[in-house]
Structures are given as C-alpha cells and as structure tokens.
Design a protein around this ligand. Sequence first.
Ligand code: GNR
Ligand code: NI
Length: 168
Amino acid sequence: MALLEILHHPDPRLREKAQTVSDFGQDLQRLIDDMFETMYDAPGVGLAATQVGVALQVAVMDCGADEQREPRVMINPEIIETDEPEVVDEGCLSVPEVSDRVRRFRRVRLRALDRDGNPYELEADGLLAQCIQHEKDHLDGKLYIDHLSSIKRDRLLKRQRKLRKQEG
Ligand code: GNR
Ligand code: NI
C-alpha cells in the first residue's frame, strides 16, 4: 500500500471528467487500497480518484461514527433519486484549511458498482448522502466551491491563501 499525493485547487486535473471503469483487475484493487490509506491518513471521510490524478470513476468513503470503520467504494456512480435540498457545511481535501455552506440533497439513492464490479443500490442520508454528492461532483470535475457565488468563492480562496501563508 502507498500514500498518494492529493491534488489541490487550482490543479487542472481536478477539472477532468473521470472515465467509466470496466477493468476490475489488480491495478484497480491496488488503486482502491491506496485511496483508502490516503483518505484515512489525511484524514477525510471521502476521496475521489480525480483527487489523486487518476481520471477513473472511483471513490472511497467512510462516514462511520467513532472509531467504527465503515469503508465504502462506489464505482461508476449514479444518483437516481433525491429529495429536498438543505444547506450544510462542507470542506474538501483539495481545498485545504477552509469550509463553507452549500446546498445538498438531504437524502439520495445511489446506484453504483462495488470493487468487484457487482451492482448495488444504497439509500443514504446525513453525512454519507453529502459525501456521495461531493465525490460524484469530483468525478464530474466539479468542486464544492463551484456551488458558491463568485463573491463568496473569491472570499473563501482569499481566506485560504492567507491561512496557508501564515502556516508557511
Ligand atoms: O473529509 C471530507 N469531509 C467532508 C465534509 C463535508 C462534506 C464532504 C466532505 S468530503 C471531504 C474529503 C474530500 O475532499 N473528499 O473529496
Ligand atoms: Ni473533496
């Protein structure tokens, strides 16, 4: 297993649209293991392949509460049902140090493949639903900051630059 480098905005690779996965062989298995290791190390509750420079529709997530691990993999994901949106606070490992409020659906129904290529569906709410929408966005080349008004986004990125400068 290996830690992968997480790309930061404005790296253009974060804007690529990920390709559909069709090969579930060893390379994919290794990528998924490395993504889990990288996500837990960060630490984060989700990580999309786009964030480690791999343009494939793969994301790993773990929204388990207290120490209890709940690893999940979604490949070629589709969100097939949603309900009302709510406003929630969100951050991203590719936009470190800052967070802001965005609109996300409270519940989603996911259709995806697992790491062996078997299809599954999952009804999610709370943080997991938010994470599914966030990672799906990454696979489409989108970041949560795209959902902010340009004024809010500029302020957020300015605040981020300031924080990063202070850290040195
Ligand atoms: O670790 C993460 N936390 C988080 C919090 C609210 C909504 C989404 C997330 S995902 C983020 C990790 C990440 O950047 N995944 O792409
Ligand atoms: Ni992210």
